[in-house]
Write a protein that binds this ligand. Structure first.
Ligand code: ACO
Length: 330
């Protein structure tokens, strides 16, 4: 195992301008602000504008992260994009972002699909590639345009999701014990059908009939996902703390995947760590899948919730069902 460390040199985020409130949704499906708020904590979400794509949002977040790091696109030799909503099934959104941003053609560019855990998977991947010594500066982006794959007639899912992007710039660290201390990744592949887009892939290419039946939209068994999510996030958090011989109370801030306030409250209870130690912004964005953690991370940093020397815990679950956790010392 490499002894080199990787650090986050800058963070950035982007949220589309259009705000869709719970009240707005109550005009189009049989729901209410009260139901959505009490079951999820969400008040509003952002929706990408006409012609605004995943790659555009990714570029905006990346520009902010590069500016924060004091770097330019020419410095980047690795570009990893965590997303389940690339502009097209092929090629990767990473290549579109590379071109729009002006990242050199010598940079490695690829997408990674681990749904809502995607950003933590991407951090781990970029970190391993950096410590291999073959790359020097990585741009890691989590971005989603979930509004394009949500069935706006299905009240059980459409109230949950939103669009957005977050990004970090990573490089090699000079001080051991600082930066990305470690990650823990995994998946429960037996639960694929709890949360999926069943049609439109190679097993069931889109047909007129599948489009008419909404097979290309997100389908979710919410109650079952809830249970696995709480268990997976709790275990992923405990495992990584144990691996690094840390107690929960030594974590200055937890940045959980922003899916549902009740899931976060359950994790807070299980870890016996008060909610004040959890960063929550889902009331304004809903669940933005792979974008949720980097968007929250950027807001947490910019609002002064992260101080030098602090240890931050990232923890997520998502379709797959994947899960992941990461520890960062700043
Ligand atoms: N408005 C009003 N009523 C609704 C709505 C709505 N938007 N949605 C569902 N209901 C109704 C249901 O039809 C049901 O009615 P019934 O009792 O007459 O059958 C009732 O409300 C209760 O529904 P439940 O599904 O039991 O509600 P629950 O308390 O489980 O909350 C929720 C549903 C919010 C989806 C919850 O289960 C949840 O958050 N699950 C986790 C989902 C999640 O985090 N997914 C993201 C995964 S991450 C990724 O990879 C994308």
């Amino acid at each position: 195992m490499s002894t080199r460390s990787t650090v986050i040199l800058g963070t950035g985020a982007y949220a589309p301008r259009r705000v869709l409130t719970n009240e707005d949704l109550a005009h189009t499906v049989d729901t209410s602000d009260e139901w959505i708020r009490t079951r999820t904590g969400i008040r509003e979400r952002r929706i990408a504008g006409e012609g605004e794509n995943t790659s555009d949002m990714g570029v905006a977040a990346a520009k902010a992260a590069l500016a924060d790091a004091g770097l330019v696109p020419a410095d980047i030799d690795l570009l990893v994009v965590a997303t389940v909503t690339p502009d097209m099934p092929m090629p990767a959104a990473a290549c579109m972002i590379q071109h729009k941003l002006g990242v050199p053609t010598t940079a490695a560019c690829f997408d990674l699909n681990a749904a809502c855990s995607g950003f933590i998977y991407a951090l781990d991947t970029a970190s391993a590639m950096l410590t291999s010594g073959r790359y020097t500066k990585a741009l890691v982006i989590g971005v989603e345009k979930l509004s394009a794959v949500v069935d706006w007639k299905d009240r059980t899912t459409c109230v949950l999701f939103g669009d957005g992007a977050g990004a970090v710039v990573m490089g090699l660290g000079a001080e051991p014990g600082r930066g990305l201390l470690g990650t823990k990744l995994g998946a429960f592949g037996e639960s694929v059908d709890l949360l999926c887009i069943p049609r439109g892939g190679s097993a069931a290419p889109a047909t007129v009939e599948s489009l008419a039946n909404g097979g290309h939209f997100i389908k979710m068994k919410g109650k079952e996902v809830f249970k696995v999510a709480v268990r997976a996030m709790d275990e992923a958090a405990r495992d990584i703390l144990e691996q690094h011989q840390l107690r929960a109370d030594q974590i200055a801030l937890v940045i959980p995947h922003q899916a549902n306030l009740r899931i976060i409250e359950a994790i807070s209870e299980y870890l016996e760590l008060p909610m004040e130690r959890f960063f929550v912004n889902l009331e304004r964005y809903g669940n933005t899948s792979a974008a949720s953690i980097p968007l929250a991370l950027d807001e947490a940093r910019r609002s002064g919730r992260i101080k030098p020397g602090d240890v931050t815990l990232l923890v997520a679950f998502g379709a797959g069902l994947t899960y992941g956790s990461a520890l960062i010392r700043w």
